[in-house]
Structure formats: structure tokens, C-alpha cells
Design a binder for this molecule. Structure first.
Ligand SMILES: Cc1cc2nc3c(=O)[nH]c(=O)nc-3n(C[C@H](O)[C@H](O)[C@H](O)COP(=O)(O)OP(=O)(O)OC[C@H]3O[C@@H](n4cnc5c(N)ncnc54)[C@H](O)[C@@H]3O)c2cc1C
Length: 484
């Protein structure tokens, strides 16, 4: 079959590999001049930064693409497990290493916070239990096919619903398990992994720590961008043809079937079309005359991000690849986000790939990807907000690290909700599609196929099973399973 894919985001590339590996002729159309969408890179003076995602989990989904393509991953994509998942800093000078090893982590929590190691172990065991009951159903299958709902595993999960904390907030679950406010804050942070609010999102999201502590947090050799690069090369090797600087203007349909993609210059016929573009814009821009799934498209969006890419002319031995500087009032921070504002004491995340990939910064320097969660774009005065927030972040980091950080910045670039939207077509600049604050959110994401237009499929962070690299890769897998 001839298959046309709109967008070379990570899910578009993964879909292309899957389809080409099945023997189909695949063409990918990408508006940008480069592949990867959010998973791209920024080069600034002598520094290199991963543009968006910085945390790599569930590497098996990348490995699987090499397996189905019948190509050895060796020498093409390599990664290592991080011994420390994240370094945490608080204003009162508490510092904590979240060791990847569960027992070491529990010991560190006992030493630094005085919490019994069993608390951490029990909480992680609870994450694992929830993941084992639900993961295969809610993440790895289409929720919109009868076959998903007619097997014993699903029946088993249904019987366990009362113990899955669907009706309790993540914060309540963490308070129940973890006792200490700092530890609750640390575990609440996992809600931000899909742009949600721990005080609203269902406790089922407490499966996320399981990914980090049980399966692991990893660092790809060469940085996150090497995920894009290696999969892009793999796709080309399987015969996929990429067209860059080629924006799709419309999906052409006839008799209820998607039949062609319209570019600036041509209509190109396909047997099947896979859309990796944000589903909101796909309907609004490419299918204006078709009936839209209005309820789905109206779902609230996940948070966005404000990122300062800073070349820093010093090295900080107390920092690692992933570092978090917590707000003193996490609840107030999320209340501000919900209200469309930025808290003046935001939690700051710094990712430093030069710790493991020294060529990302000049000698004796570091590349700081400095990020905070911000609301999606609702027309705020971003220029003013960014200027104010930059000062708040610098003051916070300077206080905690006891160094004037502003004097160390050699070069700077900024990414905000407006530029996230303009560069990747993400509706309102949200990072992870719709938010998961509602316990029905999983069912309110667009399916991986259109129920109205035949031969049209959807992958990527704005559709089932959601945002983040692992789920985007799973969306491509589901598309390949449901395509007829
Ligand atoms: C700042 C930031 C931090 C993040 N952190 C993490 C993290 O640590 N870990 C993690 O797992 N995930 C993280 N994410 C989320 C992750 O990056 C995304 O979920 C994922 O990369 C989305 O991939 P996608 O396939 O949906 O496509 P996208 O990356 O959204 O790309 C879509 C592509 O489609 C193209 N396109 C759109 N419309 C058209 C059209 N009409 N014609 C042609 N092309 C079109 C766009 O140009 C773009 O290249 C982060 C995201 C951001 C922005």
C-alpha cells in the first residue's frame, strides 16, 4: 500500500518504520526543515542542547523498532542507565539524590528526611501493582476497539478498579503512603510528566514513578536528539521517503475515505494516511469540511513550558544530568498554573547533558536547559511574564547554589508556549496534548483511527495513549495494529 504520513515527529517516524517494515511504500511530509518535531536540538555558540524532551524512559519501545525493522541497534543507538535519576534541592538547603536503585533511594530518604525506608518501598510497590493491572490495557491497546475489552486481563483490571485510586487525587495517594511533605512533593512531581496537576489528577498516575525506579531513567549516547536521528536513519534505510519544508494543506476525502494529501503544489494519492500533526489543528486546518469530534477537541490542554537554554561558563559538581529546585509552595504553584499564570517561586528543572556528553559545552562549561512548567497559551503577555520569570529563576538558583548565576550566562535562547506552537503545531503550545487531570481523560483522547473517515489514522502526543516519547511510540504501534 502507499502510505502518506503528516509530520516527522517521533510518532510519525516510528509509524513510518513500522509501515515500511511491513513492506508498504511510505512518504513522510514535514513542515519543518528537520525531523523530530519537539524532539530536536538547539545549537547556540559552542553549546548544544536537546530542544524539548530530556528524560528518556522505556527504551524498549525504541529497541522494538529496530527489531521489527530487522536491523541491529548496535552502533546505531546506544544508551546507559542513570545511577541517579534526579538531584532534588529545597530552599532550606535540603538536598537529596534520587538513586535509581530503590534500596539506595529509600536509604537516602531515610537519612535526609527521616522517613522509614519501607514507606518508599511500599509506594513503589503500589506503583508497580497499578502499572501491571492497567498498563497493557490503557497504554498499549486501542481503547476504541471491542477486542480490547473482551479478554480476561481487562476483566481482571475492572474488578480491581476500586484499588486503582481513580477517584482519589495523586496528592492524596502520596500523602497516604509517604508521610513527609518533601517526599510527597517529590512524588507529586510525577504528575508533571504528562503536564497534569497532582492535586487534581487521579491517583492512578502514581504508576509513573514505576517507570523511573523499576524500569529506569536512561541517557542516550549523544543526547535525546540521537533518538530522532537514529530512527530517522532507520526509516530511510527501510525505504521511507521524507519531504521536508512541505506543509500539508488538506487531507482530501471522497465517499467517506481519505484519499490524498494536498501540498502547496500537488495532490498526492495514498491508500492510507497517518496524521502525526496535533489532532486539533488536523481537523481545523486539514479537514475543515468534515464533521469534527467537538467534545474531544474541546478537552483541556496539558501545561506548556518556558525554557531558557543557557551556556554556563562554569561547572557545578553538585549538579547532575537532571536537577530539580523545588518551590516552597507546590500547591500554590499549581493553582497559579490552573489560573493561567506563572507562580513567582516556580519549581525549576535543569537538564545538563554535558555531564555525560562533554562535547555539548566548551571545556569547563555546562549547557543548562532550564525549564519551568507554565500554562498553555491563552494570550498572556508572554514577553513581560518571561522577563519577570527569568529574574525569579535566576534569584532562586543563585540563592540555592550560592553563586550569581546571571554572571555565568554566556549565551541564551528561549522557548515558550508561542514558539512551541509555531514550531510544532501543538495546540496552544501544550506539551502533552490534553491534560490528564480528569479521571476520564484516557477515554477523551482521540482514537488512533477516525471512526468517520475511512483509511485515516492518528499518532502522536495529542491522541491515545497520550504525550511523552514512550506513549508516542506506542501510538505508532497501535496504529500499525488497527490499520486494515
Ligand atoms: C519542552 C518539552 C519537554 C518535554 N519533556 C519530555 C521528556 O522529558 N520526556 C518525554 O518523554 N517527553 C517529553 N516531552 C513530550 C514529547 O516531546 C512529545 O510528547 C513528543 O515528542 C511528541 O511527538 P509527536 O510525534 O506527537 O510529534 P511532535 O514532536 O509534536 O511533531 C509533530 C510534527 O508534525 C509536523 N507538522 C504539523 N503539522 C504539519 C503539517 N500540516 N504538514 C507537515 N508537517 C506538519 C510538525 O512540524 C512537527 O515536526 C517534552 C516536550 C517539550 C516541548
Amino acid at each position: 500500500m502507499r502510505i502518506g504520513i503528516i509530520g516527522a515527529g517521533i510518532a510519525g517516524i516510528a509509524s513510518a518504520i513500522r509501515m515500511a517494515s511491513k513492506g508498504h511504500q511510505v512518504q513522510v511530509f514535514e513542515a519543518n526543515a528537520y525531523p523530530g518535531g519537539k524532539l530536536s536540538e538547539v545549537r547556540l555558540a559552542n553549546y548544544r542542547f536537546d530542544a524539548g524532551p530530556s528524560l528518556f524512559t522505556m527504551p524498549m519501545y525504541v529497541e522494538e523498532l529496530f527489531q521489527i525493522a530487522g536491523v541491529s541497534i548496535k552502533g546505531r543507538f546506544e544508551y546507559e542507565r542513570l545511577p541517579i535519576v534526579c538531584n532534588y534541592f529545597w530552599e532550606d538547603s535540603t538536598r537529596l539524590h534520587a538513586f535509581a536503585d530503590k534500596n539506595d533511594f529509600a536509604k537516602e530518604v531515610a537519612t535526609k528526611l527521616g522517613v522509614a525506608p519501607e514507606k518508599v518501598r511500599q509506594s513503589l510497590a503500589d506503583s508497580q501493582r497499578k502499572y501491571e493491572v492497567t498498563g497493557k490495557i490503557f497504554l498499549e491497546k486501542s481503547l476504541h476497539k471491542i477486542s480490547t475489552w473482551t479478554n480476561l486481563k481487562v476483566l481482571n483490571a475492572m474488578l480491581k478498579i476500586p484499588s486503582l485510586d481513580l477517584f482519589t487525587s495523586m496528592n492524596t495517594v502520596n500523602e497516604r503512603h509517604l508521610a513527609h511533605p518533601k517526599l510527597v512533593q517529590l512524588f507529586n512531581r510525577y504528575a508533571t510528566y504528562n503536564g497534569s496537576n497532582p492535586y487534581k489528577a487521579p491517583g492512578l498516575l502514581s504508576i509513573i514513578p514505576h517507570f523511573e525506579y523499576e524500569i529506569g531513567a536512561f541517557f542516550p549516547k549523544g543526547g535525546m536528539h540521537s533518538i530522532t536521528q537514529s530512527l530517522y536513519e532507520l526509516a530511510k534505510e527501510k525505504g521511507v521517503v521524507f519531504h521536508f519544508n512541505t506543509k500539508i494543506k488538506a487531507i482530501k476525502t471522497q465517499n467517506g475515505k481519505a484519499e490524498a494529501l494536498q501540498t502547496e503544489t500537488d495532490d498526492i494519492a495514498f491508500d492510507r494516511i497517518i496524521c502525526n500533526m496535533d489532532v486539533f489543528h488536523a481537523y481545523k486546518q486539514l479537514l475543515p469540511n468534515e464533521k469534527h469530534p467537538t467534545r474531544i477537541l474541546k478537552q483541556p490542554k496539558s501545561t506548556s513550558a518556558l525554557i531558557f537554554y543557557w551556556g554556563i561558563q562554569r561547572q557545578f559538581p553538585e549538579l547532575d544530568v537532571h536537577n530539580i529546585f523545588f518551590s516552597d509552595d507546590y500547591k500554590a504553584e499549581f493553582e497559579q498554573l490552573e489560573a493561567g499564570r506563572i507562580f513567582d517561586d516556580p519549581t525549576v528543572y535543569i537538564n545538563i547533558t554535558s555531564k555525560l556528553n562533554p562535547s555539548d559545552a566548551p571545556v569547563a562549561c555546562e549547557n543548562w536547559f532550564t525549564m519551568i512548567n507554565v500554562p498553555y497559551n491563552a494570550g498572556q503577555d508572554w514577553d513581560t511574564l518571561i522577563a519577570q520569570t527569568r529574574e525569579h529563576i535566576l534569584a532562586k538558583l543563585s540563592r540555592i547554589l550560592q553563586t550569581d548565576i546571571s554572571k555565568l550566562i554566556a549565551c541564551e535562547a528561549i522557548l515558550d508556549p508561542r514558539t512551541i506552537e509555531s514550531r510544532t503545531q501543538s495546540h496552544l503550545g501544550s506539551l502533552y496534548g490534553t491534560s490528564s487531570n480528569n479521571r476520564m481523560a484516557a477515554f477523551m483522547r482521540h482514537p488512533n483511527f477516525s471512526s468517520r473517515i475511512q483509511h485515516l489514522y492518528f499518532c502522536g502526543g495529542s491522541v491515545h495513549p497520550g504525550g511523552g516519547i514512550p506513549l508516542c511510540l506506542l501510538s505508532a504501534k497501535i496504529v500499525s495494529e488497527v490499520m486494515d
